[in-house]
Design a protein around this ligand. Sequence first.
Ligand SMILES: [Mg+2]
Length: 473
Amino acid sequence: MRTAPTILHLDMDAFYASAEQAAKPSLRGKAVVVGGLGPRGVVATASYEARKFGVHSAMPMGQARRLAPHAAYLVPRFRLYREISEQVMELLGALSPLVEPLSLDEAFVDLEAGEAAWDAASAEAVGWRLRADIRRVTGLTGSVGLAASKMLAKIGSEEAKPDGLVLIRPGTERALLGPRSVRILPGVGPATADHLRRAGIQTVEEIAGAGEDELVRLLGKAHGSHLYEMALARDERPVVAERDSKSVSVEDTYDVDIHDRVRVRMEVRRLAGRCVERLRAAERSGRTVVLKVRRYDFSTLTRSETLRGPTDDPGVVREAAARLLEGVDTTGGVRLLGVGVSGLADFTQEDLFAQFAAAEEAAAEELEGDAGSVESVEAAEPEPTPVERKWLAGHDVRHAEFGAGWVQGSGLGRVTVRFETPYAEVPGRVRTFRVDDPELEPAEPLPLVEGAEEAQVGSSSAPATLPNVTSGD
Ligand SMILES: [Mg+2]
């Protein structure tokens, strides 16, 4: 393990909910819940105000509504979140060539590889500057953990939340982890914690004290050994940039479960296409195609198929992903789909797949035709056609007379709109219209920071101006 805390973990604070509060002045300081609002909907993110009522991500929406009946309930605006994510990832990319994104709002950065930091002081300075840059460019806050390993850096950012920075000095890891609940270790959920508790193990130092043999006896070889290593704060995993990784994958979470089998097939084909785009951008090819399906009940399946040789051909990957999907039951609804390619190589054995060529081209052309419509459904944006338009709670609209606003609610042929923009200081006015009002139209999300597109990336402001600062020293 390295001797300086130069692995950085960034995690944006309550990302979707914070973006909605920044966009909607009337929701600032209020309980906001973003997620699927249908009968089987699940919370994606809850604002800190909503968390005080016990609402948390992955909770069924019905339960959230019972706990926090007065919270604002909004449908995610993935297009906006992706745009913000790109701004954040660009700032991270300026620090190091080794950036490993874990999701839209979370990533590891190897500061040493980017020569951005070499010891605790320089790493901490980079962390502060990054947080200030993120705030300036996106208008949102992110928390930073700095440590000598990925595991501790991630624990650090969790401890720093919200809007903070925690640096864990090498050598102090075991003292920090020792008295904490076993739940602080990654991968220890309620079931494992319960199992350990019945064996008399509740803290991390009790895991270390029990010894590896006992852990293996309790949890099996792989899980037991891994947990023992983590309890000793041993984590040698490197930060891996996509181009160096062993696999490339893309996935999408849907705000509304997909039940329609035809739609599921279309989504899988589209994801396969996107996956190959990334594979090609990295100038790689791969042998194993992986399909990931998370169902309505959060059970997650992965299926894989290994080809005779590596490929970067969209038709081949699509065909394989489609075959894998045929073996998966999706009747209850699908929450997340992913397609990946692993077993990467730097070359392609194209001739192995010559026989597929004609079929692939036909499939590719077919896909181009429907890609646009699928993309808009996936992003849960209102359809531009008046007959189909849906007024989803939280989504953007524009009224010919009153200007920009967002849907506060709809039903019984009426839609209630609050007219306000991210740049206002005070809540805007509310008006109600008929759902077919010709003056009301769905609109694109406004950037959270006015003129953000022109903002310069890379300058910094003084750490002392930031609120709620913590330090792990
Ligand atoms: Mg986050």
